[in-house]
Design a protein around this ligand. Structure first.
Ligand code: CA
Length: 233
């Protein structure tokens, strides 16, 4: 667990939505920062870390999805929960990969939002026991599930919450197939209504990150069944 209160950044331009949201999260004990524009959010994240960002898509200065992508590109690895009132917008969020972890359409209940935030925090804080999953050969990944860090030859591979969870699950059953259903139920909440398209998007992003890092380990798709982490040669 973190030795401090989890920090949540709320990026929302509408006061009517932001106020109850911020109040609820503060009551829950989080350290909350409310920002009203995309630029303010990115500026904030460039100097301060945050565990979670709750991000509205309809911001006055930027498209929330561009904020999401820019934050990831800048190395933000906390959880990102997208909220939107735009009908049809969620398809775009799920279909293209902007690096968000979860999505909620407006209007949403505060209890539902709290549950999503807690789920994201649970995963990002990894309350489990110290555990290192390591490949035997050089060039293999070292996955520390307690610190939630992935390194390759001592260089860190930056992954999002979901990418990490998927990789950790695959690594726990290295060289064995992990079913799509198992990945969906373990990494995404049972209240996740999206298609498994989001799993493929996450796997795709994870793959290219591992490849870019020069990992010999690779994620192999087993058609119609699931995925397997293999130690490549
Ligand atoms: Ca808005």
């Amino acid at each position: 667990m973190l030795g401090r209160m989890p920090s949540v950044v709320v990026v929302e331009d509408e006061e009517d939505i932001a106020f109850p949201l911020v109040r609820t999260l503060e009551r829950e004990g989080y350290e909350v920062t409310w920002l009203e524009s995309g630029k303010a959010a990115l500026a904030h994240l460039s100097t301060k870390s945050a565990d979670i960002m709750i991000l509205d898509l309809g911001l006055p200065d930027m498209d929330g999805l561009d904020v999401c992508r820019a934050a990831r590109d800048a190395g933000f690895d906390g959880g990102i929960l997208i909220v939107t009132a735009r009908a049809g917008e969620l398809d775009r969020v799920v279909g293209l990969d902007y690096g968000a972890d979860d999505y909620l359409s407006k209007p949403f209940g505060l209890a539902e939002l709290q549950a999503r935030v807690r789920a994201l925090l649970r995963r990002s804080q990894a309350a489990g026991s110290a555990h290192v999953l390591e490949a035997d050969e050089p060039g293999g990944l070292r996955i520390d599930t307690d610190a939630r860090r992935v390194t390759l030859n001592d260089a860190e591979v930056a992954l999002t919450v979901k990418e990490f969870d998927v990789l950790a699950l695959l690594a726990a059953s290295r060289d064995k197939v992990v079913s799509r259903e198992h990945l969906m139920s373990e990494v995404w909440d049972e209240n996740w209504f999206g298609s498994t398209k989001t799993l493929d998007v996450t796997i795709g992003r994870l793959r290219s990150k591992l490849e870019d890092a020069g990992a010999t380990d690779r994620v192999v798709a087993i058609r119609g069944v699931g995925f397997r982490l293999e130690s490549g040669t």
